[in-house]
Write a protein that binds this ligand. Structure first.
Ligand code: NI
Ligand code: MN
Length: 226
């Protein structure tokens, strides 16, 4: 499987022939160069919560692609007012779609839409089908609820976890999270975009290696083959 890292927490993933896009924040990312937002294809846009650094480009990309938003009821309802369709869900629920199953899991964070509208609780996503299973944590602290994921979903092939600290868990907590979710292949997100979330990649890689785990710290615009 190949993922495309668009920076911050934004990933594109092709799953069973469908283009999934997670948490699009590209135009406002100070580290992004040479990404043409108009060239990004998406069948589904999955939004973990309402903060601008996770959905600033969702409207534009959804409208051009006629993509469906997958998120909480409150966030999907907000996008419906902009003429964008979606699949309203809530924590703990799952749905089987044409590329596989999406399950919304708990994230410990906050959430608010850009105009101050209530955006409900933030979520993470587990995506699985007969070929793959992965977890996109969104913005979250380390939480004991992560221990439920191996009970609820097929064994994870990989997981995308925030490591930047300050607004989410840092790498030390992500290391514990990888134990909780029983997954040793981690892709880092939510780092280096702004000064408070800068990381030292070498330190992070060494900490994971010491525990026999592998963390990929992607470069913006990198294709990650997993
Ligand atoms: Ni956030
Ligand atoms: Mn964030």
């Amino acid at each position: 499987m190949t993922l495309h890292y668009y920076g911050h927490s934004c990933f594109g993933a092709k799953v069973s022939g469908k283009n999934l896009l997670f948490d699009p924040f590209i135009s406002g990312n100070p580290g992004v160069q040479n990404i043409d937002i108009e060239s990004i294809t998406a069948d589904y846009i999955l939004l973990s919560h309402g903060h601008g650094d996770h959905m600033a480009d969702a409207e534009r990309i959804a409208k051009r692609n006629n993509a469906l938003i997958i998120s909480t009821y409150e966030i999907v309802s907000w996008f419906e007012k902009l003429g964008i369709k979606g699949i309203p869900m809530n924590t703990g629920g799952k749905i089987k779609l044409d590329f596989g199953t999406v399950k919304l899991v708990n994230a410990v964070h906050s959430s608010q839409l850009p105009d101050g509208s209530y955006a409900a609780n933030p979520v993470g996503f587990c995506i699985f089908n007969s070929e793959t299973s992965f977890y996109f944590a969104g913005d979250t602290a380390l939480t004991m609820d992560m221990q439920l994921i191996p009970l609820l979903c097929p064994p994870l092939q990989f997981a995308i976890l925030p490591v930047g600290d300050h607004f989410t868990m840092g790498y030390e907590d992500a290391l514990i999270a990888s134990d909780f979710i029983k997954c040793s292949k981690i892709i880092a997100c939510h780092f280096n975009t702004f000064p408070p979330i800068e990381i030292d990649a070498q330190t992070v890689r060494a900490a994971f290696a010491q525990k026999g785990k592998h963390i990929i710290i992607p470069e913006i615009n990198e294709q990650i083959t997993i």
